[in-house]
Design a protein around this ligand. Structure first.
Ligand SMILES: Nc1ncnc2c1ncn2[C@@H]1O[C@H](COP(=O)(O)OP(=O)(O)OP(=O)(O)O)[C@@H](O)[C@H]1O
Length: 231
């Protein structure tokens, strides 16, 4: 059974529809990149899993549970967590408190404060500081760490390289590889093709709310150009 299956999804905000029949299936332990132009609906696709959009058609399955009409926390309970675009750290909480929030799902697994601090030692050094006082790269680590604390089967990352220097992007790639080695699947929305090429094994292209191309990661540059030029 697939970890995540999104079928012919229509979703948007209020009366406006952004996704027009989007399909996506992820198998256990896979690492998949979603690419596409600004406004294509990539974030909307991820947020639809948590009931943050208005879903008007189609289905979202996590394992054998259909969730698109269930409360927003259902996906997290079933093992899907997100490091969202803009990171959404809580301003009045320390680094440690932000991380502990991720445990709310009560799921058991390899990720706890100790393993997160091993992955990101700087978070241990800054554990008592407010999360929003960290640098951009450290805030990104905190957002990823918080999502991992939920012990997901699938980690969603929305533009994780946003605001990071090239050196930090290299570190992020290594982190994503380590996360996969720990058995956690990764779905990354990302414009930074060099990151995607190193951290994902296949890609899908989203355009105007639909999946218009897909393939093994080696083919991403040419495939993306071709699919977008054909529109
Ligand atoms: N909260 C919202 N309310 C209304 N419209 C929204 C909201 N969030 C996004 N949109 C609109 O939905 C469309 C798709 O946005 P989305 O953020 O999903 O695109 P994206 O592919 O992730 O692009 P980007 O790289 O710019 O984040 C855009 O036209 C955007 O303006």
């Amino acid at each position: 059974m697939s970890l995540l299956r999104i079928e012919a999804l229509f979703a948007g905000y209020g009366a406006s529809t952004v996704l027009h029949g989007a399909d996506l299936t992820i198998e256990a332990g896979e690492s998949v990149a979603v690419v596409g132009r600004n406004g294509a609906g990539k974030s909307t696709l991820l947020l639809s899993l948590f009931r943050e959009t208005n879903v008007t058609g189609g289905a979202i399955w996590v394992g054998d549970t259909r969730i698109e009409r269930m409360p927003g926390y259902t996906a997290a309970k079933l093992g899907i967590s997100i490091a969202p675009q803009g990171r959404r750290l809580l301003p009045n909480l320390t680094v440690r408190e932000n991380l502990l929030l991720g445990k709310a799902t009560g799921r058991a697994g390899p990720w706890d404060l100790r393993s997160i601090f091993k992955l990101f030692p700087v978070l241990e050094e800054r554990a008592g500081q407010m999360g929003t006082m960290l640098s951009g790269g450290q805030q990104q680590m905190l957002a990823i760490g918080r999502a991992l604390m939920a012990n997901p089967n699938l980690l969603l990352l929305d533009e994780p390289s946003e605001g990071l220097s090239p050196v930090l992007v290299d570190g992020l790639v290594d982190t994503l590889i380590d996360i996969r080695k720990a058995g956690t699947g990764v779905l990354v929305v990302e414009q930074h093709l060099s990151l995607v090429k190193r951290a994902a094994e296949r890609f899908v292209i989203l355009s105007k709310g639909e999946v218009v191309g897909a393939g093994p990661i080696e083919l991403i540059g040419a495939a993306e150009n071709q699919a977008l030029m054909a529109l």
